[in-house]
Design a protein around this ligand. Structure first.
Ligand code: HEC
Length: 452
């Protein structure tokens, strides 16, 4: 709060100085240039998608690539629509492992650059080009000293025609495993380099029979049958490495439900998506099991949205064991507006963990909490998922505000749940984790005090 105010005063001071002595430019008010200030930001935060042969419609690698898009960049960046990251910055936990958003300073730098006429700057300031692998590799293979994953599960092929509408491709494939196996890492990749141009997003859900209700995907048996998200892939995301000593368990008879979002690649492309799975060696079982739960929206009848109305739905999930909440992934469709995850502790105390307030159906992001802030919650905690749907004409993604919308699989139907990853632990381990967290917090307050 006070930081923002300071910036305001500083900004005003610059404006006044510029009025009085327009020529006496100091380092602080020299407009940012592409080569010196903008290219490093674009390399870090945009090129993953905005480069040749990737998912975004234009490259932002060179000045010549980026310059024609200046106006659009200003709008998207200032509104925080780009890079896609919809976490509300005013409530809940703010530290994530996979944060791809721009800092306030970076947004300001980009806006100032464009307002100054988007100057190129000195060629010698340009950073070395960022290296993006052009070949198809498996990210974790070398880390584990392997040639590839232990198991590769492929979706069935889809041909995305040039200029065709976006498609959601949902094949179901057996995993083929014959004994229970513990998973230590997973990664997803399009089947070919060309496939990256059309593969907007892919979700692989693991469906299997769970006997212990603690590990069931959902409290609602009809939804539990859907199976939990095994992994979600979006451009720029490498994969998911389990924390030390934890893993996901895959059972015989399991299936992968694919949910792949293909978009227009400007030419006909046929491709598959591959899920690479790395197992813990047999006999080296991890201590903790991670489960991806479907929370909220579990009462399908609750999603009942009248025409021209805004509707709120709530769903509750009781934690049957102590656990660490690892991630939050809201799932709604075109009328989805916002979603919040709140913890109601056994003491009755309520904590907002996360909120997405400008939900965008095109970006099904999983927000992964950083290690030192992932909530540690005692058994008996209730996780409450609140979803807001906007079925009015003010929602620009709304295909038709004059129809009633109910629960369903099609994009014109609605859903109101979150995928939440929980690592379960018994009382003794939970206490150890809590103590470690308190020690960490104590240390950082001490450091702050020393710095003051
Ligand atoms: C995760 C992938 C991803 C990242 C990261 C990303 N973009 Fe995008 N961007 C896209 C896609 C896909 C589109 C096209 C769909 C859309 O408009 O939302 C797009 C569209 C845009 C547009 C709109 C172009 C138009 O049609 O006017 C702008 C501007 C933009 N991005 C700027 C940026 C900037 C600047 C950054 C980095 C600060 C960035 N993007 C980071 C994927 C990404």
């Amino acid at each position: 709060m006070s930081r923002r105010r300071n910036l305001g005063i500083l900004g005003a001071a610059f404006a006044t100085a510029a009025l009085i002595t327009p020529r006496a430019a100091t380092a602080a008010d020299t407009p940012p240039t592409f080569t010196k200030d903008i290219a490093p930001i674009f390399q870090e935060k945009c090129e993953a998608c905005h480069r040749p042969n990737s998912i975004a419609p234009m490259s932002l690698v060179t000045y010549e690539d980026a310059r024609p898009w200046a106006r659009s960049i200003r709008t998207r960046v200032e509104a925080r629509q780009m890079p896609p990251w919809d976490i509300d910055r005013t409530v809940g936990i703010q530290k994530f492992k996979n944060d791809r958003s721009l800092s306030d300073d970076q947004v300001q730098t980009i806006v100032r650059w464009i307002d100054a006429g988007a100057p190129k700057g000195d060629a010698k300031d340009m950073p070395a080009p960022k290296h993006w692998p052009e070949e198809q590799g498996w990210y974790y293979a070398s880390m584990f000293g392997q040639a590839g994953p232990d198991l590769v599960i492929k979706s069935t092929p889809w041909t995305q025609k040039s200029g065709a509408n976006d498609t959601w491709w949902r094949p179901v494939v057996m995993t083929g495993i014959t004994e229970p196996r513990w998973v230590r890492a997973i990664e997803i990749r399009p089947g070919s380099v060309k496939g990256r141009k059309i593969t907007h997003h892919a979700i692989a859900r693991l469906e299997q029979q769970e006997d212990n209700p603690l590990f069931a995907v959902s409290d609602d048996p009809t939804l539990a049958a859907q199976g939990g998200t095994f992994m979600e892939w979006a451009v720029g995301k490498q994969g998911e490495l389990m924390r030390p000593n934890s893993g996901k368990l895959m059972l015989p008879g399991s299936k992968i439900h694919w949910d792949i979002h293909y978009s227009n690649g400007g030419e006909d492309v046929t491709d598959i998506v591959e899920l690479g799975v790395y197992f813990y060696p047999k006999g080296q079982e991890p201590k903790y099991r991670q489960v991806l739960h479907l929370m909220g929206g579990t009462n399908a009848a609750g999603v009942d949205i009248p025409p021209n109305a805004v509707k709120q739905t709530e769903g509750f999930f009781v934690m049957r064991e102590n656990g660490r909440v690892e991630s939050f992934q809201p799932h709604m469709h075109l009328r989805g507006k916002a979603m919040e995850m709140t913890a109601i502790l056994p003491t009755g105390q309520v904590q907002v963990l996360s909120k997405v307030s400008n939900f965008n159906f095109n970006w099904m992001t999983s927000y992964f909490y950083a290690d030192d802030v992932a909530p540690l919650l005692p058994k008996g905690t209730i996780l409450k998922i609140t979803a807001w749907h906007d079925n009015t004409s003010s929602n620009k993604n709304n295909p038709d505000p004059n129809v009633w919308v109910g629960y369903g699989d099609r994009t014109v139907d609605e859903m109101a749940h979150a995928w939440v990853n929980v690592t379960y632990m018994g009382d003794a381990d939970f206490k150890t984790e809590l103590d470690a967290r308190r020690a960490l917090k104590g240390k950082s307050t001490q450091q702050q005090q020393q710095q003051q």
